[in-house]
Write a protein that binds this ligand. Structure first.
Ligand code: GDP
Ligand code: MG
Length: 160
């Protein structure tokens, strides 16, 4: 019986986090990864990737028809992105808090968007909005075998 594994009996969620092309171009990849890493979530997938148009359209299919949709697809496909999957209890909602509001001018200081961005159309990072979408997006952006199941050495120091 390992006490720190009790948490694994709770629902462990996945969230899909992506450093958008502006975050990569501005050299913010390390800074953004670091915030999730320091919080204590578990990284299970990571890659630099040039997103094809079809994938961007599938990822943002719920926004099809919005006036900004064409420029959103251009933005996301304009350069490489960094794709990540992070896992943990409550990771989806917590990651959204770390990221901050969609409009960076309304995002609280201390959040990624609040600290590092000024415009909704250049808001540097994506995070899934529900556990269901976390699973859907992780499966959309990563192939079978690209995600790693592992136990971080720090696990017993993060959870009692
Ligand atoms: P998120 O979940 O906080 O990323 O926000 P949404 O799901 O509402 O929108 C997805 C992404 O579309 C946002 O992160 C922005 O990159 C973009 N977006 C949303 N609303 C606007 C807008 O009014 N103008 C522009 N240019 N982009 C937008
Ligand atoms: Mg969203």
């Amino acid at each position: 019986f390992l006490p720190h594994l009790v948490a694994s009996l709770e629902q462990v969620d996945q969230t899909y986090i992506m450093v958008k092309p502006d975050g990569v171009q501005r050299g913010l990849v390390g800074e953004i990864i670091s915030r999730f890493e320091r919080k204590g979530f578990k990284l299970t997938g990571l890659k630099l990737f040039q997103c094809p148009k079809e994938l961007a359209e599938e990822h943002y299919k719920d926004l099809k028809g919005k006036p900004f949709y064409p420029t959103l697809i251009d933005y996301i496909t304009s350069g490489p992105v960094v794709c990540m999957v992070w896992e943990g209890v409550g990771v989806v909602a917590s990651a959204r808090k770390l990221i901050g509001s969609t409009n960076p001018l309304q995002a609280e200081p201390g959040t990624i968007r609040g600290d590092l961005a000024v415009q909704t159309g250049r808001n540097v990072v994506h995070g899934s909005d529900s556990p269901e979408n976390g699973k859907r997006e992780a499966a959309l952006w990563f192939k079978e075998g690209e995600l790693c199941e592992w136990t971080p050495a720090q696990a017993p120091w993060l959870m009692e």
